[in-house]
Ligand binder design. Structure first.
Ligand SMILES: Cc1cc2nc3c(=O)[nH]c(=O)nc-3n(C[C@H](O)[C@H](O)[C@H](O)COP(=O)(O)OP(=O)(O)OC[C@H]3O[C@@H](n4cnc5c(N)ncnc54)[C@H](O)[C@@H]3O)c2cc1C
Length: 422
């Protein structure tokens, strides 16, 4: 709790929070005044996972009345190992303590017998998702949010000056109604809130990973990435969770082909899977406006529900938290959020990179790995994947041939990005 507070204070001092949010206390107190009149303050957050709980925490701390509606019966989400940049620390502060299970200091990239190593100045973090979500839930509750478990969102409709959210109890199928002035959909890539409020479906891609014993030659602080364009326009990865285990995964285009590719890759590497994890994840193809007016009230989307995923690497945790922060700012400021503007710029840049990489053939990847020489690697070591503009700008200066390679990829456009969920 105090982590987020103190982080806010620090950002505020460093003027990294939007002036409008931190300086127009008036806007906030106006929001609070209308909150106390019951006009704008009641918020229903559908989906009590990472993005939804963080949004709930931020709003509850500012005195809004927050009800979280979560389909699961307990706060025991599927366990999943996430790799995130150190940016997450600055967003969550102490709320993420206890969920960090390993740190990554190096990336090894492989393609067609070639390799390149990139050391990270600030380590990436390996986070256990279940623990993180349980921490966030406890923090949100402590801030005053109410969490209703075992309630599945069904639909929403306007009613007078507010919204009625219809939910179904998982236990007996009975229906309940929750009334709120504002609804936030944080119910993942297949968001029912988004459909109900009129957003079109997102493009998605299958992500699958197998938990495997860590190969003996693999240091626990190193991630391995393989580019095999004949299998996938994305990549394979092996991320160590600990000295003993790692997650070997791949993103593909069709579920069946991705599963077959993963099994073949496991076999080729002589790795025995202990467990499989997977889901369809959003493919960012353009910015999804996060707000819609329904009747006289507002509906927002955050996290995977809004497609807030870096499509170059398909990481959605940090960007989902940034989306949550942006929507919280937007609600408290009456519309404005600098965080959402910078997030959009960042996601658009990752889209540009993905469009280029998506057309790469083996020869292009070989060239890419060969061009990752010392001067080019420096920005990759220094800046995280959540600071793509800084990396790209410096790489352009140090290795113009990489820019030409990227432009070539963009012009080829051999494959399109994912497909839309029907
Ligand atoms: C196997 C796998 C590995 C991944 N690895 C990484 C990684 O290493 N790094 C990274 O940054 N990202 C990773 N991601 C992506 C990352 O997990 C997601 O971007 C992130 O978890 C999205 O969080 P969210 O809160 O937006 O949505 P979700 O985590 O999808 O949460 C949605 C919540 O809504 C609830 N819900 C859904 N429908 C309803 C309903 N109708 N009513 C009520 N509740 C509902 C669900 O129960 C769930 O709690 C991975 C994804 C997968 C599948």
């Amino acid at each position: 709790m105090c982590g987020i507070n103190s982080r806010y204070e620090q950002l505020r001092r460093e003027e990294k929070l939007p002036r409008k949010m931190v300086q127009t206390e008036r806007a906030e107190s106006q929001a609070m005044a209308s909150a106390s009149r019951g006009e704008t303050s009641s918020v229903a957050v559908v989906g009590g996972s990472a993005a939804g709980l963080f949004t709930s925490l931020l709003l509850a701390r500012r005195g809004l009345s927050v009800q979280v509606i979560e389909g699961l019966e307990t706060i025991e989400p599927a366990s999943r190992t996430l790799i995130v940049t150190h940016r997450m620390r600055s967003l969550l502060g102490s709320a993420m303590n206890g969920s960090i299970i390993n740190q990554i200091r190096r990336f090894e990239l492989f393609t067609d017998g070639r390799s390149a190593t990139i050391s990270l100045r600030q380590p990436d973090l390996i986070v256990e998702r279940r623990t993180l979500i349980q921490h966030l839930a406890a923090e949100a509750q402590r801030a005053g949010a109410e969490i209703h478990l075992g309630r599945r969102f069904h639909e929403l409709h306007p009613n007078g000056r507010g919204l009625v959210v219809e939910v179904e109890r998982s236990a007996d199928g009975g229906r309940e109604e929750v009334r709120a002035q504002t609804v936030i959909g944080s119910d993942g890539a297949a968001s029912r809130v988004a459909r109900s409020a009129g957003w079109p479906p997102l493009t998605t891609a299958p992500l699958m990973q197998a938990i495997v014993p860590l190969p003996k030659d693999m240091p626990p602080d190193t991630v391995r990435v393989w580019f095999v364009p004949q299998d996938t326009p994305y990549f394979y990865w092996l991320i160590p969770e600990s000295r003993e285990r790692g997650a070997l995964g791949v993103i593909g285009e069709s579920g069946q082909e991705t599963r077959v590719a993963l099994e073949k890759f496991l076999e080729k590497r002589g790795l025995d899977p202990v467990e499989f994890q997977g889901a369809r994840i959003p493919v960012y193809t353009s910015w999804v406006p996060v707000h819609r007016q329904v009747g006289q009230s507002s509906v927002y989307l955050v996290g995977d529900a809004a497609g807030q995923v870096k499509v170059s690497t398909v990481g959605g945790t940090v960007t989902g938290f940034r989306g949550a922060l942006g929507v919280a700012e937007s609600i408290l400021n009456g519309g404005s959020s600098r965080e959402l503007r910078t997030l959009r710029r960042e996601l658009d840049l990752h889209l540009l990179l993905r469009r280029s990489l998506h057309s790469f053939e083996q020869a292009d990847y070989s060239r890419l790995v060969d061009l990752l020489n010392e001067p080019t690697k420096a920005p990759l070591s220094e800046y995280s994947r959540d600071e793509a503009w800084k990396i790209l700008w410096r790489v352009c200066l140090r290795q113009p041939r990489l820019v030409l390679l990227g432009l070539r990829g963009l012009m080829m456009r051999r494959r399109s990005l994912g497909r839309q969920r029907s």
